[in-house]
Write a protein that binds this ligand. Structure first.
Ligand code: AMP
Length: 365
């Protein structure tokens, strides 16, 4: 153990109170740590299971300073915490992954430019800040293409698909106010054969450990199922793994980096986006791997040795979205299904309420 190792009983601060924070706090508790959750309302999923909570907004400097003084290390469970808030916390405690990583991951342009700077392919893209620039970008990139917000986009929010007959003026107007203020990005549409992701952990000493590539299937832009392992060739899996490790090291991440990629029919692997936090496509690891993504995050940021990420069995993770959660009794009756519920009091369409890990036969890798 190095001098950076947090002893049991130390406090991990988590910015954000959602299910990712909840599952991280549960993993932290099993390693003897306490968690302090910084969230926007008292009954959020993570706050329900943690030793301490602060209910405040991310621009409340006094609350942030009190939080920072009470934790030994801080991490995030969603990307859009303001960088100034993270820098403020960093004055009192380490923040992992560092604010500089968050700055890249919060911005699609920076993220794709960074990947390209390492020689890693992405969809072709252009920055656009007006309807005229959109027209010029469409002429260069071609159609079909996708117009996205540069920042704050998730689960397909803020995306407009551009076809051959799309009028750039109309598409720009349709795409909403955040494009006008924050700018946008036009991406070539990738006719992918599947979407995969790799989650990499990197410790305070720079050591890395990756979970195997998994396949992600979306419905209405929201992750529906993750299939582990992905049904891709060993060569493509190696390429995806290599890209993920290079990005994690290139960004100097301490913690977790989830890398979402498109695989084309000729086996090319293109990075779509990265998230410096636990990822929905890693929930299968809770029941099917020797170490879960959540435990791996806690180990990485606490200076502990990384765990063994290998899988005990194949798995399919199914999200319970909105009213799907009402089927919980049925899933509990299935011996191959492991049910995880997030404790959300209100069910809304499109809201992630829980997930089930369907476990396959034991495997050796
Ligand atoms: P994103 O918000 O970038 O993660 O996009 C959400 C989903 O939209 C992705 O998981 C893909 O299914 C789809 N998508 C995003 N960008 C592209 C693209 N350039 N080409 C094809 N599909 C895309």
């Amino acid at each position: 153990m190095s001098e950076r190792t947090l002893p049991p009983g130390a406090t991990i601060g988590i910015l954000g109170g959602g299910q990712l924070g909840r599952m991280t706090a549960l993993a932290a508790a099993s390693l003897g740590y306490r968690c302090h959750i910084y969230c926007q309302s008292a009954d959020e999923p993570a706050a329900q299971v943690a030793a301490q909570k602060t209910v405040a907004t991310f621009d409340d400097a006094k609350a942030i300073d009190r939080f920072a003084a009470s934790v030994d290390v801080a991490t995030l469970e969603f990307e859009n915490v303001p960088i100034t808030t993270l820098e403020r916390i960093r004055g009192a405690a380490p923040v992992y992954p560092a604010p500089a990583v968050q700055a890249v991951a919060q911005n699609r342009l920076k993220e794709k430019t960074f990947a390209n700077s390492l020689g890693i392919a992405t969809a072709p893209f252009r920055a656009v800040t007006s309807a005229d620039e959109l027209r010029a970008a469409i002429a260069e990139i071609g159609t079909p293409s996708v117009l996205k917000t540069t920042r704050m986009g998730y689960d397909g929010k803020g995306q407009v698909s551009i076809k051959a007959d799309t009028d750039p003026e109309v598409a720009w107007a349709e795409s909403g106010s955040s494009l006008a203020t924050e700018g946008g990005i036009l991406e070539g549409f990738i006719d992918f054969s599947c979407e995969v992701s790799v989650i990499v952990a990197r410790g305070t000493g720079g050591e890395t450990s990756a979970f195997i590539p998994v396949e992600n299937r979306h419905t209405n832009h929201i992750l529906d199922e993750t299939i582990a392992p992905a049904n891709i060739s060993a060569e493509t899996a190696n390429t995806a793994n290599d890209i993920a490790i290079r990005l994690t090291e290139g960004l100097d991440v301490v913690g977790l980096l989830a890398i979402e990629m498109f695989v084309t029919s000729n086996g090319n692997v293109l990075v779509n986006e990265v998230a410096p936090r636990p990822h929905n496509s890693g929930h299968w690891t809770m029941d099917a791997c020797r170490t879960s993504q959540f435990e791996q995050l806690v180990r990485a940021i606490s200076g502990l040795p990384l765990g063994d990420p290998s899988r005990r069995c194949d798995a399919v993770m199914k999200n319970l979205i909105g009213n799907d959660v009402e089927d919980w009794p049925k899933h509990l009756a299935d011996p191959a299904a492991k049910l995880h519920l997030y404790g959300k009091s209100e069910t809304r369409p499109g809201r992630k309420m829980g997930h089930i890990n369907f476990l396959g036969k034991p495997t050796n890798s």
